[in-house]
Write a protein that binds this ligand. Structure first.
Ligand SMILES: [Zn+2]
Length: 347
């Protein structure tokens, strides 16, 4: 047995072969309630990479919290090589308030890398950078669409290392979107520390979506498998290769009114296809929403009452793919039939 050191985080130590939830102090609320960022540390007996899985950086994106909960039940983690840090709720303030933001109305994912003496958001970002990102080799950060919108499960990545793209492919989400780094985001701050992040975007804010949850759990286990951290037991290979894209745009509402959408996430559209109709409440004026370009719908509003300029359909360009609709269908049906989620397994 290699003489492996305990994993140190905050003022805590986790011995090799142990797992423990540690509560890192964040702040105290105005009524004296303490706020913590709780991290579940699984420190394997054998060496390997340090990977973190984080969720609810946007407090209302609860789907990632459920994904994290299910990942922690995976039996494969008992013989983990390396160290896994799971932070189901990064932004506890927003989680309590069903809000994307912090009480100071800031967006945590625009506040990285943060600072010790900055705003509340900046301090939390700094804590996350210091205690989590700076100890990790890779991060998987879980998000959903904003409230009243839904996303087709997708990985967003801006890889600095070649292996990261291989890990994105191993995840097996229907879509991989290579996108630019956004200023102040966790992904940008981590990139500067040479830590790549796979962003998993799936489902709707404040809602669970079973397929999106399963795709997230399977994807995380596949990445850990690819890194050699867990055994392959119960971890399936994706039945299809993810659709790659580097360009996407929103089709916005031409007017306010009532939306009748005719297309949903996962559907492929051609240029000039009718996506939906916006009407006024009297039915006197109707405006057609026409696809300006072909592509795959990777996001959509679920709210039928809309303002002019609202993002309605998020369409990704897919030039080189032969059968995008077939890929989405086969990956979705694979997750719904995955024995990993049988009652006596990890669900
Ligand atoms: Zn988010």
């Amino acid at each position: 047995m290699i003489n492996r050191r305990a994993f140190e985080i905050g003022s805590f130590k986790v011995a090799p072969g142990a797992r423990k939830t540690v509560d890192l102090p964040v702040s105290v609320l105005s009524d004296h309630t303490p706020v913590t960022m709780s991290v579940h540390v699984i420190h394997g007996r054998r060496p390997g990479p340090v990977v973190f899985v984080s969720a609810a950086i946007h407090g209302d994106e609860v789907i990632g919290v459920e994904i994290a909960r299910r990942v922690l039940r995976a039996p494969n983690l008992d013989t983990l090589k390396g160290t896994l840090l799971v932070i189901p709720i990064v932004n506890a303030f927003g989680f309590h308030n069903h809000s994307r933001y912090l009480p100071d109305r800031r967006d945590l994912n625009r506040s990285f890398p943060g600072s010790e003496r900055g705003s509340m958001a900046s301090r939390l970002a700094n804590l996350f950078m210091t205690e989590i990102v700076c100890r990790a080799d890779l991060g998987i950060d879980l998000h959903s669409a904003a409230i009243h919108r839904t996303n087709l499960p997708q990985i967003r990545v801006s890889p600095s290392k070649e292996e990261t793209m291989e890990l994105a492919e191993a995840f097996g989400a229907p879509v991989i979107l290579t996108s630019k780094l956004r200023e102040g985001s966790l992904r940008e701050a981590a990139h500067k520390k040479d830590v790549d992040i796979l962003i998993y975007e799936a489902g709707e804010g404040l809602r669970f979506d079973e397929m999106a949850i399963r795709a997230g759990v399977s994807g995380i286990l596949r990445v850990l498998r690819k890194l050699g951290m867990i055994s392959g037991k119960g971890v399936t290979r994706p039945k299809a290769v993810s659709i790659r894209t580097s360009s996407s745009s929103w089709v916005r509402a031409p007017a306010g009114g009532l939306l009748r959408p005719f297309k949903s996430v996962g559907e492929v559209v051609e240029r000039d296809d009718l996506l939906g109709i916006v009407s006024d409440p009297f039915g006197e004026v109707e405006k057609e929403i026409i696809a300006p370009d072909g592509g795959l719908i990777i996001g959509r509003t679920n709210l039928p009452t809309i303002y002019e300029g609202d993002g309605l359909f998020h369409i990704a360009e897919i030039r080189k793919h032969r059968d995008p609709a077939g890929t989405v269908d086969s990956l979705a049906s694979q997750h719904m039939a995955d024995p990993l989620f049988d009652e006596d397994e990890i669900i």
